[in-house]
Design a protein around this ligand. Sequence first.
Ligand code: GSY
Length: 176
Amino acid sequence: MTVTAYLALGSNLGDRADQLKQAIRKLHARPGICIKRVSAIYETDPVGFVEQDAFLNMVIAAETSLSAEQLLQAALSIEQELGRVRTVRWGPRTLDIDLLLYGDSCIEQEHLRIPHPEMTKRAFVLIPLQDVWSGETLPVYNHSISHYLSDLPQDQKGVRKWGTIDWETESVPSES
Ligand code: GSY
């Protein structure tokens, strides 16, 4: 049995676009994970700890035969493989992979909450999710992405399209 899972990727340290691309390639190379759709890349103003550089964010849809826990472990180990550096909590990071949705599951565990509890409050998640989301309402939340986006104040959006990624080839969009 396979499930479609949605993952959010973000980076604001080092070669941001290359790190996103490597993360997608590494996820796809893992047994039981097949990347189906990738959003555009968006440059986004930092949320939370605002005194840091802009992020590149994107969302990917993956078909997986892994459990949600196994998928989370794969994401965490890829963050480590790509040399995740996080100096300050909520601060700059080379790569962040968050599991947003796992089919229509609702999971409440200490280290794994699905759907991601903050996803409907973050334009840097909702806008790229729109690129790859094929359904109407979001599972468990039961409203559409545009419903949640229209609830966000304009000044919290801070999301600009930056480029697209061709993760299946060697070329990477340039940071300059
Ligand atoms: O939650 C992921 C890390 N993160 C981000 C992010 O990915 N993008 C933006 N724009 N702000 C963020 N603040 C944190 S923490």
